[in-house]
Design a binder for this molecule. Structure first.
Ligand SMILES: [Zn+2]
Length: 80
């Protein structure tokens, strides 16, 4: 048995559009009617995890961009 090392490898995250978020739960559907998506402005009855109107694909794209920007920052500022 080898002793546990101090650091684990970071989790592998590959963002695949359409397969990232699970919005099948009814809390992501607003029965009151469509409202403009916070990202693209087109009407949707879907709601994101904050209850804001958003298409699932738009929210996933925004998450992928955030993740890419965070990865860039880490590579610029992180340890070499
Ligand atoms: Zn949208």
């Amino acid at each position: 048995m080898s002793p546990a090392r101090g650091r684990r490898a970071p989790p592998q995250r590959d963002y695949v559009p359409g397969q990232l978020l699970d919005w099948r739960d009814s809390k992501h559907w607003d029965y009151d009617g469509p409202r403009p998506c916070r990202y693209c402005g087109f009407d949707t009855q879907l709601r994101d995890s904050h209850g804001k109107p958003a298409h699932k694909t738009c929210a996933e794209e925004a998450l992928a961009i955030q993740a890419a920007e965070a990865a860039d920052r880490y590579q610029q500022n992180g340890p070499r």
